[in-house]
Design a binder for this molecule. Structure first.
Ligand SMILES: NC(=O)c1ccc[n+]([C@@H]2O[C@H](COP(=O)([O-])OP(=O)(O)OC[C@H]3O[C@@H](n4cnc5c(N)ncnc54)[C@H](O)[C@@H]3O)[C@@H](O)[C@H]2O)c1
Length: 312
């Protein structure tokens, strides 16, 4: 398969590119390197330094004649989306529209959109109990500009499938973690904690630490994405574990793996913080028989080691 991967020099993208190349696929990366890094890109990937908000990217991507466009490039920071909603819309929604236009021009390409659990906002049943799982049918009520721009991008993918028959695959990722994640933004709590531990600093827990997240290891996300693509899957699916892990439990696992206690400081809850976030993996299990295979401990161990930390 010949694939265009937008955002291929970023955190998730670089792992996905690696896997695609290991499996013998021809990979062309479009990235403006705003947060991605050339050094973390597989040497066999072809890099085009371009901006997905520039209309010229349509002919660039179509000219590669891809079988698939794996669209990961995004403004992925919730706080930034609130501070600069126009930029967020341009990158996440208009950027996606450009990739759909490229599929239309190339005639044969499938579009895989990396979406997010942020499209759901805070479903009341889940905020009341971490035991409840969001399904793909749960109503979407984004509580941030990021969630809304991703939801609009999804709707364009659905519309282009109906209007022009472009095969569209929307994968809503849970909280992804692993090596190469930048220690910033709202999603990168594990990277942030690893960095603080490296610096001998205390880690900051917002609120009581009882808030939960569905953490999934980045290599599992890459594996699910590739499998879904080669299986010609279309529609909307979660890529998640279905498990809810609290921030306090995360801290305990880090202490266990490092064999040392970690200094903790408590700070007030942040405005708009989601209490619980937990997705159901069942639709993807039914479609592909796929489940995430990396245990939380193993994923954490790999991540800590990538920061140069010794683990038991
Ligand atoms: N990290 C997570 O937990 C998570 C969860 C759900 C969904 N996602 C989605 O997965 C995708 C990848 O996220 P990530 O965590 O790897 O983020 P990242 O910031 O590491 O990667 C984004 C990549 O896109 C590139 N990029 C950004 N704006 C661009 C533009 N205008 N033109 C061209 N390239 C541009 C960046 O340089 C970077 O390489 C995003 O679509 C994000 O919304 C991530």
């Amino acid at each position: 398969m010949r694939a265009v991967v937008t955002g291929g020099a970023g955190f998730i993208g670089s792992h996905l590119v690696e896997l695609f190349i290991e499996q013998g696929h021809d990979v062309h990366v479009i990235d403006n390197l705003v947060s991605g890094k050339k050094e973390q890109l597989h040497p066999d990937a072809h890099l085009y330094e371009a901006d997905i908000t520039d209309p010229q990217v349509i002919s660039l991507a179509a000219g590669i004649k891809p079988d698939a466009i794996v669209h990961l490039a995004a403004q992925a920071d919730v706080s930034r989306s609130l501070a600069n909603p126009v930029y967020d819309l341009q990158v996440n929604t208009i950027g996606t529209l450009h990739m759909l236009e490229a599929c239309l021009l190339a005639k044969t390409a499938t579009l895989l959109l990396a979406s997010s659990s942020a499209v759901y906002g805070m479903p009341p049943a889940l905020q009341a109990s971490s035991k409840w799982n969001i399904t793909e049918e749960t109503s979407t009520e984004p509580t941030s500009c990021y969630g809304l721009s991703k939801l609009m991008a999804e709707r364009y993918v659905e519309l282009y499938a109906k209007l022009y028959g472009i095969p569209g695959l929307v994968l809503r990722f849970a909280n992804v973690y692993g090596p190469r994640q930048l220690p910033k933004g709202d999603g990168g709590v594990i990277a942030m904690y690893a960095k603080r531990i490296c610096e001998g600093q205390s880690i900051r827990i917002h609120g009581d630490g009882g808030q939960t997240r569905d953490f999934i290891y980045v290599k599992d996300v890459a594996e699910a994405s590739l499998l879904a693509l080669v299986s010609n899957l279309t529609g909307t699916y979660h890529v998640c574990t279905g498990d809810a892990i609290s921030i306090l439990a995360l801290t305990d696992r880090l202490e266990h793996l490092l064999g040392q206690s970690i200094k903790r400081e408590y700070a007030p809850s942040r405005n708009g913080d989601i209490r619980h976030s937990r997705l159901s993996p069942l639709k993807l299990v039914d479609a592909l028989g796929w489940t995430a295979s990396t245990s939380f401990d193993e994923g954490l161990r790999q991540t800590l080691q990538s920061w140069g930390l010794s683990t038991i």
